[in-house]
Design a protein around this ligand. Structure first.
Ligand SMILES: C[S@@+](CC[C@H](N)C(=O)[O-])C[C@H]1O[C@@H](n2cnc3c(N)ncnc32)[C@H](O)[C@@H]1O
Length: 293
């Protein structure tokens, strides 16, 4: 984790209740960028202050400024960082989000990787959902691969989902969602891969255990200089998170991710993140948002 510089010298006086002085905003945005990689330009100041207020109230503090001061005091810093991350990140995700990637997985990535493996009797795949949020991306991958197994393909698969935020990882590990999410899943697959709560008062569904056993989740910060992940991953999904990082950070993260791919493996990024191609020369673009090494 990057070194935190404690107690910056505050140049300006306290901001009032819900607002920060320029110096505190600057120090906080630098901290967020260093620890989480997320840019906090001045245009996001209002949003940041608004979101922090909820946390300030939960802690019984007098103001956002008092919160920032407490943060830089450093005693509970590691514990509080987890909450701060939840304040600044967006966890929006869906099942079958950006569906072209899942078509590519089924029609191109798996068949090509199987060809590269040649004579292996059962081909084992390792797939990584880096920035997994609540797990919908990882479970969608599992659904697609499980359907391929059902159609007779001799593959086995393990999926790793990582994210910086513990609360979303808890949801992901349980695999329990509001029943509304099933509108994102084709009917036949929803019936096959989800159990509905027997209690009608709880409008929930749960991913079936046969799918969950293929998927593991663990906390990981993409800003860390090394990742505790195998180096023979077949496919990495890193979607809708790079967009929050500045260019040098995007370059480092994508290079580190690619160092975990086996030759011929694929990296998929979000539809607004195709620019990573220009940052990392070793990447070969196979679709606007799909790369190989
Ligand atoms: C918008 S969600 C994307 C979820 C999923 N990949 C998708 O496309 O549907 C972004 C996720 O990135 C995570 N995130 C943000 N900064 C991160 C970091 N430095 N390391 C790991 N995960 C991070 C957030 O916690 C959030 O769950």
């Amino acid at each position: 984790m990057p070194q935190l510089q404690l107690k910056p010298a505050w140049a300006e006086p306290f901001g009032s209740g819900g607002t920060l002085s320029d110096a505190r905003f600057r120090a906080l945005s630098q901290l967020i960028e260093a620890q989480v990689g997320i840019k906090m330009p001045a245009g996001k100041r209002f949003m940041l202050e608004g979101r922090l207020l909820k946390r300030v109230r939960a802690l019984g503090l007098a103001s956002v400024s008092a919160y920032v001061d407490a943060l830089f005091d450093g005693h509970q810093f590691e514990d509080e960082l987890i909450h701060l991350i939840d304040v600044v990140t967006t966890n929006k995700t869906d099942f079958f989000r950006e569906p072209a990637h899942f078509d590519f997985l089924r029609q191109t990535a798996v068949p090509e990787l199987m060809k590269l493996r040649g004579s292996e009797r059962v081909c084992s795949f390792k797939i990584w959902s880096a920035a997994a949020s609540m797990g919908m991306e990882a479970y969608t991958i599992a659904i697609v691969l499980d359907e391929m197994v059902r159609s007779g393909l001799r593959i086995d698969y393990r999926i790793l989902g990582t994210d910086i935020s513990n609360p979303v990882l808890r949801i992901a590990s349980k695999g329990i969602y509001d029943i509304e999410v099933l509108t994102q899943v084709p009917d036949q697959l929803a019936k096959r891969y989800f159990l509905r709560s027997r209690d009608p008062a709880r409008a929930e569904c749960r991913v079936v255990p046969e799918l969950r056993r293929h998927v593991n989740f663990q906390r990981m910060n993409l800003m860390d200089s090394t990742y505790p992940v195998d180096r023979d991953v077949d496919i990495i999904f890193c979607r809708n998170v790079l967009i929050y990082f500045d260019k040098p950070t995007q370059r480092k993260v994508v290079s580190r991710l690619c160092s975990h791919l086996r030759p011929g493996g694929f990296l998929m990024v979000g539809h607004s993140e195709s620019m990573v191609h220009s940052l990392v020369p070793d990447l070969k673009q196979v679709r606007p948002t799909i790369f190989t090494v």
